[in-house]
Design a protein around this ligand. Sequence first.
Ligand code: SF4
Length: 248
Amino acid sequence: MKVLSIAGYHHTGKTTVVVELLRELNRRGYSTATIKDIHAENFSMDKPGSNTWKHWEAGGKTVFARGREETYQIWHRRLELTEMLAHLSTDFVLVEGMKSAALPRLICAGNEEQLAELVDETVFGVSGIYADTHTNYHDLPVISARNEINLLADLVESKVFPVLPLAKPECCSACGMSCREMTGAILSGKRSRQDCRISGKTGLTVSVDGRLLTLVPFVNRLLRQVIRALLGNLEGGKGSRIEIIIDE
Ligand code: SF4
């Protein structure tokens, strides 16, 4: 699954870029999903006193609300990006916002001062309202979503790679850098996606209250060996796929 962020200042065309890219990627046959990061302090899809609110208050960790035309799944907490991505399986996920996430990024801005603040190693292109009236900014491609969506989608296809595990720097630096630094290194061609050391089949997956933990290779291997050794002494305890659920 390939994930990119479209980030930048308010009213600089981020939603237009997301919408135009969605249309074009869908036209090219890709399945897509989006995540919108919302900063409004009182944002809520649920209301105190509603039936769904009561379900959650009574202990439902997550609540489905099904109407005739729409279905919502409500968590009463802010999910990590990795938790949201775990629910998705589309070809592309477009994230509007989250400029600090370790994702390849298109930035939207109104002027060069804003661009100077936003550009870092994770940025592979400029779009939004700046790109509607300019054609270059240093060595970054500047492409208008309104006027050149084919070129912008080509750029996304060529630059965006399967999402990294998005481990916190204190949890993993097995490749010698952070996921964010790795994102920049892949975009600049100094590293490839295969250089992530904990990608692919990891052998052991652990989640706590629905949150997937990042296990560095050493811990992953150690836990696997300990669990297999303990279970191997039990009748029927040997097998290729083991599931353990601790629910206290
Ligand atoms: S090894 Fe992979 S998960 Fe770990 S820091 Fe590097 S890129 Fe991120």
